[in-house]
Design a protein around this ligand. Sequence first.
Ligand code: ZN
Length: 202
Amino acid sequence: MAQKSVAGPEIERLIQLLAKLPGLGPRSARRAALHLIKKKDQLLVPLAEAMGVAVSEIGICSTCGTVDTSDPCTICADTKRDQSVLVVVEDVADLWALERAGAVNARYHVLGGTLSPLDGVGPDDLNLATLIDRCANEPLDEIILAINATVEGQTTAHYIMDQLSHLEVNVTRLAHGVPVGGELDYLDEGTLTQALKARTQF
Ligand code: ZN
């Protein structure tokens, strides 16, 4: 027997979309939808407006690959950052984690994932060509590979190392305070800052 609907298709659609968010299952999506509907003026309307702005304004920085409303992004355009250091991360979430920790005052490069031959992710699927380009053309002294300590992360780090071996740039990586298999985004800020301070030569 088909399940009876308790609300019109518009509300069902809202619930279905919310259920796709990380950390929200169908139950919490229902609760969230109901909360939004009850708080229409304080929450639902401003959220819808913020999402409208996000849809029309947010893009990918053509220099570093992060998300922002300007291109170059706020970080790339910030001349107060150390221009000689580039921190390579897998994902925007890792960039945000490092910035939250205040661990480094440098610029970033977001790969958009890791190499994973089993899943069919090769070098061309990542933001790697622009990284090699930046390393060759920008006056960099150090590249910090702040990449997760997973098998894919380390494979990616070795690939980058290989691609940069002809350049006279210092490549370092996070200290192994980062647990094996660990993901940066889940580390507390102190651990993250320590791992960065105690980084080692690759
Ligand atoms: Zn940028």
